[in-house]
Design a protein around this ligand. Structure first.
Ligand SMILES: [Zn+2]
Length: 210
């Protein structure tokens, strides 16, 4: 799977791939506050170290769990950032006001991100390792700041248009018309429903004209 695209499992057990579109929004697919606790995957620091190589960070340069040094307190802060984003991102998606207190949480977490270097042997990019939990927090908070603070990005934050689907993504499509978390899941369900409605309408029309 390409880094940054995650395989999720729906409540009904269907597996589908989901591109959140942005690093900070990827974090929302790891769980969250309230009802989202059910989907929590970041229980221990090692869980975060295992998950990060599947994110966009690994698209910038190779990344392995062993490259990360995450302490329990770091994980706690990263989950705090995530839970705050669960308040901010839906507000952006629906044009509601963002609470100043939530923005202060994000601002407070913006700090030194991981560093990249270029390798002499192959001119390839590498992370300067180990990457600390504080740097991980910094890169996620910085991405959140970019999304929220850039008008062209924040107006592209969307909630999936599927019924009962609350997945959030940044719409990076060129025309800006992405509606679904995933075509495999909500996109397809909608197609099937539209098809059924159309067939029912045709049937009703045929019935009526007899
Ligand atoms: Zn959806």
């Amino acid at each position: 799977m390409h880094p940054g695209i995650h395989v999720l499992t729906s409540g009904g057990g269907q597996r589908f791939s989901f591109d959140p579109g942005s690093l900070s929004i990827e974090l929302l697919s790891t769980g969250g506050p309230g009802d989202y606790r059910h989907w929590e995957i970041l229980h221990r620091p090692a869980d975060l170290a295992d998950w990060l190589p599947r994110t966009r960070l690994a698209a910038a340069a190779p990344l392995a769990p062993a490259d990360l040094r995450i302490r329990a307190a770091d994980l706690e802060r990263i989950r705090h950032l995530r839970d705050t984003l669960w308040a901010v991102a839906p507000a952006l998606a629906h044009g509601r006001d963002v609470l100043p207190a939530d923005l202060e949480v994000i601002n407070g977490f913006v700090q030194e991100p991981p560093r990249l270097r270029v390798e002499a042997a192959d001119l390839g990019r590498r992370w300067v390792v180990p990457i600390t939990g504080a740097q991980v927090l910094g890169v996620f908070a910085r991405d959140a700041l970019d999304v929220i603070g850039t008008p062209a990005l924040r107006e592209r934050v969307r909630e999936c248009a599927g019924d009962h689907c609350r997945l959030i993504f940044l719409d990076t499509s060129r025309p800006g018309n992405r509606r679904w978390c995933s075509m495999e899941r909500c996109g397809n369900r909608n197609k099937v429903r539209t098809h059924r409605t159309r067939r029912a309408a045709v049937a009703a029309h045929t019935e009526g004209s007899r």
